[in-house]
Design a protein around this ligand. Structure first.
Ligand code: UT7
Length: 321
């Protein structure tokens, strides 16, 4: 087995300037600030400007992560972008980010696992680094979900926001830091519970997001527990050992239910859903960057990330910071 560990060297994030509050949404659909806050914990979300694309958000987050790591773009030989809202059907938006950053070596591709995209991307980047295929990876989650929302459907349009987050992972021989374990799952029987009703091969349109929210909520809680248990067991870590729980930011009630099950107090949970909304693959790296920059997550801390999204896909990863 490889003795290489994928160590987090830096984090970064980017949120578009425009903030859309629940009160703003009251003017568009039959909803209320009270309903959105009580059911989800969301009060506001950011929205990309006209002409501002997923690759722009991802590039800004990647630049911030490189600066935070004290590295140059030329140090990177893998750009892995988790997104369900690429600029175009192809090429991968990862290559646009690679070019924006001036990276001329290595390889770049997109990963499509919707809201679990970043957890999938961290796990896959970890495997690629361990296999020796790359030395330093920019792992990015970037989304412009505002572009695939049906702005007449109050059951979905109030939930999502735009944004991007990134981490730099570096292959390091030995040591105790880095990605300790991952657990990924998918079950395509659930694919009609959360999907986009368009695509190049079917409608030749981008389509709009559709979700059976109550059913996703019902399934999410149990499925998330499975991968958290799997990830902790693989690393030989107990729930009590954890320093930070950094979950996918879809709904405050799902986060609280998970934290309650494992006995994690509020002080150990990173929550950004209130001001970011659900930013799909960007939610976990945005939360990681928030807590790393404000000094909560420190070197040596044990950090658990998890997410569930369309497919269903879901997964978790444990990182020694
Ligand atoms: O990121 C990928 C994973 N996604 C998730 O994890 C999302 C999981 N699901 C959820 O977070 C929740 O199910 C929602 C936040 C989407 C909905 O919360 P809920 O407590 O499950 O509400 P509900 O869907 O059962 O709807 C309750 C009521 C309904 O009215 P009736 O049928 O009781 O009369 C809805 O029509 O709330 C109504 N409703 C709204 N009312 C005001 C639905 N959306 C809205 C709205 N404003 N925006």
């Amino acid at each position: 087995m490889s003795s290489i560990r994928s160590v987090v060297r830096g984090t970064g994030s980017y949120l578009p300037a425009r903030v859309v509050t629940n009160n703003d949404l009251e003017k568009i659909v039959a909803t209320s600030d009270e309903w959105i806050r009580q059911r989800t914990g969301i009060t506001a979300r950011h929205m990309a400007a006209e002409g501002e694309y997923t690759s722009d958000l991802g590039t800004a987050a990647a630049r911030a992560a490189l600066a935070n790591a004290g590295l140059d773009a030329s140090d990177i030989d893998l750009v892995l972008l988790a997104t369900a809202t690429p600029d175009q059907t192809f090429p991968a938006s990862a290559v646009t980010i690679q070019d924006n950053l001036g990276i001329r070596g290595g390889f770049a591709f997109d990963m499509q696992a919707v809201c679990s995209g970043f957890v999938y991307a961290v796990s896959n980047a970890d495997a690629l680094l361990k296999a020796g295929l790359a030395k330093r990876a920019l792992v990015i989650g970037a989304e412009t979900f505002s572009r695939i929302l049906d702005w007449e459907d109050r059951t979905t349009c109030v939930l999502f926001g735009d944004g991007a987050g990134a981490v730099v992972l570096e292959a390091v021989e030995g040591g105790d830091q880095g990605v300790l374990s991952c657990d990924l799952r998918a079950d395509g029987r659930f694919r009609d519970k959360l999907f986009v009703d368009g695509g190049p091969s079917t409608t030749q349109t981008a389509g709009h997001l559709r979700m059976e929210g109550r059913e996703v909520f019902r399934q999410a809680v149990g499925l998330i527990h499975d991968v958290i248990d799997g990830t902790l067991a693989k690393a030989g870590i107990t729930a009590d050992d954890l320093d930070w729980f950094v979950p996918h930011q879809a709904n405050r009630r799902i986060i609280d239910a998970t934290a309650r099950k494992y006995g994690w107090p509020e002080e150990k949970i990173v929550v950004t859903v209130e001001t970011h909304g659900n930013t799909s693959a960007a939610s976990v790296p945005l939360a990681l960057d928030t807590a790393a920059r404000d000094g909560r997550i420190k070197r040596g801390d044990l950090v658990l990330i998890e997410a569930l999204g369309g497919g269903f896909t879901w997964g978790a990863a444990l990182i020694r910071w």
